[in-house]
Design a protein around this ligand. Structure first.
Ligand SMILES: [Zn+2]
Length: 155
Protein backbone atom coordinates (compact mmCIF):
# COMPACT_ATOMS: atom_id res chain seq x y z
CA UNK A 1 0.00 0.00 0.00
CA UNK A 2 0.99 3.61 -0.08
CA UNK A 3 3.78 4.30 2.28
CA UNK A 4 2.00 7.05 4.09
CA UNK A 5 4.61 9.72 3.78
CA UNK A 6 4.92 11.14 7.17
CA UNK A 7 6.22 14.62 7.26
CA UNK A 8 9.12 14.50 9.57
CA UNK A 9 8.65 17.95 10.95
CA UNK A 10 10.00 17.15 14.32
CA UNK A 11 9.95 19.99 16.69
CA UNK A 12 11.68 17.79 19.19
CA UNK A 13 15.22 17.99 20.35
CA UNK A 14 17.26 15.54 18.34
CA UNK A 15 15.19 15.41 15.18
CA UNK A 16 16.20 11.82 14.75
CA UNK A 17 12.76 10.27 14.62
CA UNK A 18 13.34 8.56 11.32
CA UNK A 19 10.82 5.77 11.39
CA UNK A 20 10.54 2.80 9.02
CA UNK A 21 14.16 1.85 8.99
CA UNK A 22 14.03 -1.90 9.05
CA UNK A 23 17.41 -3.30 9.83
CA UNK A 24 18.54 -0.56 12.08
CA UNK A 25 17.74 -1.27 15.67
CA UNK A 26 16.25 1.89 17.07
CA UNK A 27 15.49 2.16 20.72
CA UNK A 28 11.79 2.41 20.04
CA UNK A 29 10.72 1.36 23.48
CA UNK A 30 12.35 4.52 24.79
CA UNK A 31 10.27 6.90 22.72
CA UNK A 32 8.25 9.39 24.67
CA UNK A 33 4.52 9.60 24.35
CA UNK A 34 4.85 12.78 22.30
CA UNK A 35 7.26 11.06 19.95
CA UNK A 36 4.86 8.18 19.45
CA UNK A 37 2.05 10.57 18.67
CA UNK A 38 4.24 12.22 16.12
CA UNK A 39 5.26 8.97 14.50
CA UNK A 40 1.84 7.36 14.36
CA UNK A 41 -1.52 8.39 13.00
CA UNK A 42 -4.31 8.84 15.51
CA UNK A 43 -5.77 5.39 14.83
CA UNK A 44 -2.36 3.73 14.88
CA UNK A 45 -1.59 5.41 18.18
CA UNK A 46 -4.90 4.32 19.67
CA UNK A 47 -4.29 0.68 18.76
CA UNK A 48 -0.54 0.35 19.19
CA UNK A 49 0.01 2.52 22.23
CA UNK A 50 -3.39 2.38 23.95
CA UNK A 51 -4.19 -1.26 23.22
CA UNK A 52 -7.16 -0.31 21.09
CA UNK A 53 -8.92 -2.53 18.57
CA UNK A 54 -9.86 -1.59 15.04
CA UNK A 55 -13.43 -2.16 13.93
CA UNK A 56 -14.12 -5.70 12.69
CA UNK A 57 -13.67 -6.21 8.97
CA UNK A 58 -12.46 -2.62 8.65
CA UNK A 59 -8.75 -3.31 8.41
CA UNK A 60 -6.87 -3.16 5.16
CA UNK A 61 -5.30 -6.60 5.68
CA UNK A 62 -8.41 -8.61 6.59
CA UNK A 63 -8.84 -9.88 3.02
CA UNK A 64 -5.21 -9.50 2.10
CA UNK A 65 -3.63 -12.79 1.08
CA UNK A 66 -0.34 -12.32 -0.70
CA UNK A 67 1.71 -15.36 -1.71
CA UNK A 68 4.73 -14.20 0.17
CA UNK A 69 6.20 -11.28 1.99
CA UNK A 70 6.04 -10.19 5.59
CA UNK A 71 4.02 -8.10 7.91
CA UNK A 72 6.07 -5.67 9.94
CA UNK A 73 5.28 -3.76 13.09
CA UNK A 74 3.91 -0.43 11.96
CA UNK A 75 5.51 1.30 14.89
CA UNK A 76 9.09 0.06 14.51
CA UNK A 77 9.43 -2.05 11.36
CA UNK A 78 10.24 -5.36 13.02
CA UNK A 79 9.13 -8.37 10.96
CA UNK A 80 6.29 -9.99 12.91
CA UNK A 81 4.50 -12.44 10.64
CA UNK A 82 5.29 -14.32 7.45
CA UNK A 83 2.54 -14.02 4.85
CA UNK A 84 2.59 -17.82 4.54
CA UNK A 85 1.19 -18.13 8.05
CA UNK A 86 -1.77 -15.86 7.31
CA UNK A 87 -5.12 -17.57 6.92
CA UNK A 88 -8.79 -16.75 6.62
CA UNK A 89 -10.26 -17.04 10.10
CA UNK A 90 -13.49 -15.16 9.48
CA UNK A 91 -13.03 -13.28 12.73
CA UNK A 92 -12.81 -9.86 11.08
CA UNK A 93 -9.14 -9.22 11.70
CA UNK A 94 -6.02 -10.52 10.02
CA UNK A 95 -5.15 -13.95 11.46
CA UNK A 96 -1.90 -15.88 11.51
CA UNK A 97 -1.13 -19.29 12.95
CA UNK A 98 2.43 -18.36 13.88
CA UNK A 99 4.59 -15.35 14.65
CA UNK A 100 8.21 -14.92 13.69
CA UNK A 101 10.47 -16.29 16.39
CA UNK A 102 11.13 -13.85 19.22
CA UNK A 103 9.27 -11.06 17.42
CA UNK A 104 6.34 -10.85 19.83
CA UNK A 105 5.68 -11.15 23.54
CA UNK A 106 2.49 -12.39 25.13
CA UNK A 107 0.87 -11.51 28.42
CA UNK A 108 -2.44 -12.37 30.03
CA UNK A 109 -4.99 -9.61 29.56
CA UNK A 110 -8.04 -9.62 31.80
CA UNK A 111 -9.57 -6.37 30.57
CA UNK A 112 -13.16 -6.17 29.34
CA UNK A 113 -14.18 -9.07 31.59
CA UNK A 114 -12.35 -11.57 29.43
CA UNK A 115 -9.23 -13.57 29.90
CA UNK A 116 -7.20 -13.23 26.76
CA UNK A 117 -3.57 -13.33 25.80
CA UNK A 118 -2.30 -10.03 24.52
CA UNK A 119 0.34 -9.91 21.79
CA UNK A 120 2.91 -7.13 21.72
CA UNK A 121 5.87 -6.31 19.54
CA UNK A 122 8.98 -7.61 21.31
CA UNK A 123 11.04 -4.71 20.03
CA UNK A 124 8.94 -1.65 20.78
CA UNK A 125 6.31 -3.11 23.13
CA UNK A 126 3.43 -1.85 21.02
CA UNK A 127 0.08 -3.61 21.26
CA UNK A 128 -0.71 -5.75 18.22
CA UNK A 129 -3.71 -7.89 19.11
CA UNK A 130 -4.43 -11.17 20.87
CA UNK A 131 -3.63 -14.84 20.41
CA UNK A 132 -6.16 -17.65 20.87
CA UNK A 133 -5.91 -21.42 20.95
CA UNK A 134 -8.41 -22.11 18.18
CA UNK A 135 -6.10 -21.79 15.20
CA UNK A 136 -5.28 -24.33 12.51
CA UNK A 137 -2.43 -26.82 12.32
CA UNK A 138 0.48 -26.94 12.77
CA UNK A 139 0.39 -24.62 15.79
CA UNK A 140 -3.26 -24.48 16.80
CA UNK A 141 -2.78 -20.78 17.42
CA UNK A 142 -4.76 -17.87 16.05
CA UNK A 143 -2.90 -14.59 16.21
CA UNK A 144 -5.67 -12.05 15.77
CA UNK A 145 -3.87 -8.85 14.84
CA UNK A 146 -5.05 -5.35 14.02
CA UNK A 147 -4.28 -4.33 10.43
CA UNK A 148 -3.38 -0.89 11.60
CA UNK A 149 -0.64 -2.35 13.79
CA UNK A 150 1.15 -3.80 10.77
CA UNK A 151 2.64 -2.81 7.46
CA UNK A 152 2.89 -5.33 4.65
CA UNK A 153 6.28 -5.69 3.04
CA UNK A 154 6.35 -7.81 -0.11
CA UNK A 155 10.01 -8.74 0.18
ZN1 LIG B 1 7.35 -2.76 17.08
Amino acid sequence: MSDSSRTDGTDGSDGGTDAEQPGSEPTDAALTDAEWRERLSEEEYRVLRESGTEVRFSGEYVDHHPDDGNYRCRACGTVLFDAETKYESGCGWPAFYAAEEDSVTTTVDTSHGMRRTEVRCANCDSHLGHVFDDGPEPTGKRFCINSVAMEYDEE
